[in-house]
Ligand binder design. Structure first.
Ligand code: G6P
Length: 363
C-alpha cells in the first residue's frame, strides 16, 4: 500500500524530514571510511576500467542531480556532461563504445529519459540507471542499475531522492576514477568519513532551521532568485524549481556570475536573492550577491555561521561546516524547507501542484 503521512501535514514535509534516514540507507554497506573503499554491489573492481566518458541524462530535479554528478565526475578527472533527456535526440554529444550513459531517474518511468536511454543504447553506449524503483522500466532496460534506496516518494516535488541521487553519483565518480587511474581523485578516507557524517548534519539543519521565518519575511515579494557557483549552481536551479513548483511564484536559478549578464535588470527590493556558498570561489559569489543588494534586493546567504557572507547578507540560513563537495546538499535542504513553508503560507496543494505529475510518461 501507499506510505502514510503519519504525523505530517504533507508527504513533502515527511520526505524532507526523512533525509537523514534515506541517505544513511543510500550509503549503507557501500562505503567503508576506514578502508577508503566504495562497494557498488554489481560492479567488481575494474568494472569501469574502459569508461572513456560519461553522459548523464535526466529531467527535472533528477537533471539537477545529474548536473551535480557531472561536476563530481569532471572533478575526478573524468570527461562528463549532463544532458536534458528531452534534448538528447537533437543534441546528444558523440557516443562510442567507451561512453557510459547514465539515466538518472527517481521513478525509472519518465518517457523522455527512457527515450534517451534507448537512443544511447542503439548508438552503442554502455548504459546504467541510477533510480529509486526496483523493477522500473529504466532498471530493466539499462545494462546495469544502481538503486538509491530512498523509499517511496509520494510528493510530486522530488526532495529526498535528489540528495540520494547526488550521493550515489559522488560515489560513482570516485569508483570510476579508481578503476581508471588506480586511485580515487581525492583522499577517499576523508570523503567517505564526511559522507558518513552527512545524515547527522542534515538532522541538525532540520532541527535548527529558521526557514519558516525566512519564508514569512519574504512572503509578499515578486520574484525569487537563487544563485550559486560550481556545485552551488545545480542547487540554485533546484532551489528555484522547487519554489516555483509548489508556491506558483516566479523563481529562477542562475550561475552567480551570470547575474550581471542580464538577470540583474530584474533585481529590485521585491526580488530576494538566495545565495548558495559551496566553498568554491565564494568571494566572487559574495560580490555578485552584493551587486544585487546594492540595487535593493535582500540577500539571504546559505552558508556556515562563521562565513564572511553572514556579515554582508540581509539574512542567513545556516548550514553546518562540511567539505565543498557536500555543502550543496545541506544548502538544498534549507531551500526545500523555505519552499515548503512559503507554499504552506500561500495554502497551496503542496503534494499535488496543479498541472504537474510525479512521473511524466509522455514525451
Ligand atoms: C516530473 C516530476 C519531477 C521529476 C521529473 C523527473 O516532472 O514532477 O519532480 O523531477 O518528473 O522524474 P524522474 O522520475 O525521472 O526522476
Amino acid at each position: 500500500g501507499q506510505a502514510a503521512k503519519g504525523e505530517y501535514d504533507h508527504f513533502m514535509k515527511k520526505e524532507i524530514t526523512e533525509q537523514p534516514t534515506s541517505l544513511a540507507q543510500a550509503i549503507e554497506g557501500r562505503i567503508d571510511p576506514q578502508a577508503g573503499r566504495i562497494d557498488l554491489e554489481a560492479f567488481d573492481d575494474g568494472a569501469f576500467a574502459d569508461v572513456g566518458s560519461v553522459q548523464l541524462v535526466a529531467c527535472g530535479t533528477s537533471y539537477h542531480a545529474a548536473l551535480y554528478g557531472a561536476f563530481a565526475l569532471r572533478d575526478a578527472g573524468i570527461q562528463a556532461t549532463a544532458v536534458l533527456a528531452n534534448e538528447y535526440s537533437v543534441a546528444a554529444p558523440p557516443v562510442d563504445d567507451e561512453t557510459l550513459v547514465v539515466a538518472v531517474t527517481q521513478s525509472g518511468e519518465t518517457a523522455d529519459t527512457l527515450q534517451a536511454l534507448r537512443l544511447a543504447d542503439a548508438a552503442g553506449a554502455e548504459t546504467l540507471t541510477v533510480t529509486n524503483v526496483v523493477g522500473s522500466t529504466a532498471a530493466r532496460e539499462a545494462d546495469d542499475a544502481l538503486f538509491i534506496r530512498a523509499g517511496p516518494e509520494i510528493g510530486v516535488a522530488a526532495t529526498k531522492t535528489f540528495s540520494s541521487q547526488v550521493v550515489m553519483l559522488t560515489l560513482l565518480a570516485q569508483r570510476i576514477s579508481t578503476d581508471l587511474t588506480g586511485e580515487a581523485s581525492v583522499d577517499l578516507e576523508s570523503l567517505l568519513a564526511d559522507l558518513s557524517r552527512l545524515p547527522d548534519k542534515i538532522e541538525r539543519v532540520l532541527e535548527e532551521s529558521n526557514a519558516e521565518r525566512i519564508a514569512r519575511q519574504y512572503e509578499d515579494c515578486v520574484s525569487y532568485f537563487f544563485i550559486g557557483r560550481g556545485l552551488g549552481y545545480p542547487v540554485a536551479l533546484e532551489g528555484a524549481l522547487k519554489f516555483k513548483e509548489i508556491t506558483y511564484e516566479h523563481a529562477e536559478g542562475f550561475a552567480s556570475g551570470e547575474l550581471k549578464h542580464g538577470p540583474l535588470a530584474l533585481v529590485t527590493p521585491q526580488t530576494p536573492v538566495f545565495a548558495i556558498f559551496s566553498g568554491q570561489e565564494d568571494e566572487k559569489t559574495l560580490k555578485n550577491a552584493e551587486e544585487a543588494q546594492t540595487r535593493g534586493a535582500p540577500v539571504i546567504a546559505i552558508c556556515p555561521d562563521d562565513h564572511p557572507a553572514v556579515e554582508v547578507a540581509t539574512d542567513h540560513l545556516s548550514i553546518p561546516d562540511t567539505r565543498s563537495e557536500l555543502a550543496g546538499l545541506l544548502a538544498n535542504v534549507q531551500l526545500q524547507l523555505v519552499s515548503y513553508h512559503a507554499a504552506n503560507l500561500l495554502d497551496r496543494p503542496i503534494d499535488k501542484p496543479r498541472n504537474l505529475a510525479k512521473s511524466v510518461t509522455v514525451e
